[in-house]
Design a protein around this ligand. Structure first.
Ligand SMILES: NC(=O)c1ccc[n+]([C@@H]2O[C@H](COP(=O)([O-])OP(=O)(O)OC[C@H]3O[C@@H](n4cnc5c(N)ncnc54)[C@H](O)[C@@H]3O)[C@@H](O)[C@H]2O)c1
Length: 358
């Protein structure tokens, strides 16, 4: 088992990564002290993993809340359902919520925990690659609004993240590839050596080699934990984690959150950020081509022709990253050298959108 720490003073917490952690009573006894527990999961993940999780929680009052599966259910009304279950069972402030599932379950369970009685403890038990490397760490919780993705939410840190890598065995291949987009993102943000490693080990990752996956999760979480530790509330550096996301969110909202997986949109968004960086004279053509080749090998999309460039631009303008009317972007001087800026040539953005959108 690998243990990392997210260092946030009194809100610090461990990230545990390992095979078979889900069923380990000793792990949960140590990291989850509450007696009353609500497991929030969904109709896909619950039948697969809730029984093992329950076995790891003897001598506790355990209630389950099983949500419908899918990003389209990541709404305030679904969160209200979680809160209804907490109220109906008279759970007090000393209870804990356990999020068992991917990023959608994690974001909603975390948000319900942030709101219920002004904040109760919650534990992330992520079961997708994307959730294990990204969404379970860092305390961003929330839901979508018809007007935009993740527009409603709160910062609320979990008390522990328990990532059982064995759960990835049942993950559909498309979901695995979507998670790889976020892994590639970390290399691009600040770790060229890790990017090189992903290039060399992509086949092992796609084949779900346990050692390769454990290393990719470990390295990704270490990078995210360090950035969140420096800037919990996204006043500076944390915005680097949005690399590819402003373009990606535009794809997701323009297509109604239905067709594209979040990680797929991020994958295409990463290449758009690279193209934009090249158009601004920052990134070499060789680095852009390396990224495009890696994304293609990973089976990730590199363009979104079904979305008009003008429509994409409109969606980017209502993104949360807009400040004083200007879209802030994460750009790169090269692989592993990203930075946040609102100072760029508008022509470069127009050319980037035209190169990747319809
Ligand atoms: N909070 C954050 O910091 C943050 C960061 C990145 C993404 N997100 C959010 O995360 C969400 C995407 O998360 P996701 O990619 O995990 O999607 P998801 O939660 O929808 O899970 C993907 C699919 O895989 C299924 N699944 C989950 N685990 C499984 C398993 N082990 N075996 C078989 N099937 C399994 C799910 O039921 C679902 O159908 C988006 O809503 C995004 O906004 C949040």
């Amino acid at each position: 088992m690998i243990i990392l720490e997210v260092d946030l003073g009194e809100r610090s917490y461990p990230i545990l990564i390992g095979e078979g952690l889900l069923g380990r009573a000793d792990v949960f006894d140590r990291h989850v002290t509450a007696r009353d527990l609500l497991i929030v999961t969904n109709t896909t993940v619950g039948p697969l993993y809730a029984p093992a999780l329950r076995e790891a929680l003897p001598r506790r009052r355990v209630v389950e809340c099983v949500l419908p599966d899918g990003e389209s259910h990541k709404t305030l009304s679904t969160v209200a359902r979680i809160i209804d279950v907490l109220v109906a069972n008279r759970f007090g402030r000393d209870c804990a919520v356990i999020a068992l599932g991917g990023g959608v379950v994690g974001d909603m369970a975390g948000f319900a925990a942030a709101c219920y009685q002004r904040g109760v403890a919650y534990v992330q038990v992520p079961t997708t690659l994307l959730a294990q490397v990204d969404s379970s760490v860092g305390g961003k919780t929330g839901v979508n609004h018809p007007g935009g993705k993740n527009l409603i939410g709160a910062f609320h840190q979990p008390v522990a993240v328990i990532a059982d890598t064995a759960t990835l065995e049942s993950l559909p291949p498309r979901e695995l590839r979507a998670g790889l987009a976020e892994v590639i993102k970390y290399g691009l943000i600040c770790d060229r050596g890790f990017f090189d490693w992903i290039e060399s080990n992509l086949d092992a990752l796609l084949a779900r080699d346990p050692e390769a996956l454990a290393y990719a999760i470990h390295r990704s979480c270490a990078i995210k934990a360090a950035i969140v530790g420096r800037d919990e509330r996204e006043r500076g550096d944390r915005a680097l984690l949005n690399l590819g996301h402003t373009f990606g969110h535009a794809i997701e909202s323009a297509t109604g959150y239905a067709k594209w997986l979040h990680g797929e949109a991020v994958g295409a968004g990463l290449l758009m950020a690279a193209t934009m960086s090249r158009e601004c004279g920052l990134m070499s053509d060789a680095d852009v081509k390396r990224l495009a080749a890696l994304l293609e090998r990973a089976g990730l999309p590199t363009e979104a022709r079904e979305v008009e460039a003008a429509a994409a631009f409109e969606h980017m303008r209502i993104d949360k990253k807009v400040q004083a009317g200007r879209i802030r972007l994460v750009l790169m001087r090269g692989i592993g050298e990203s930075f946040v800026t609102a100072q760029y040539d508008d022509g470069a953005l127009r050319r980037t959108l035209e190169a990747h959108f319809g």
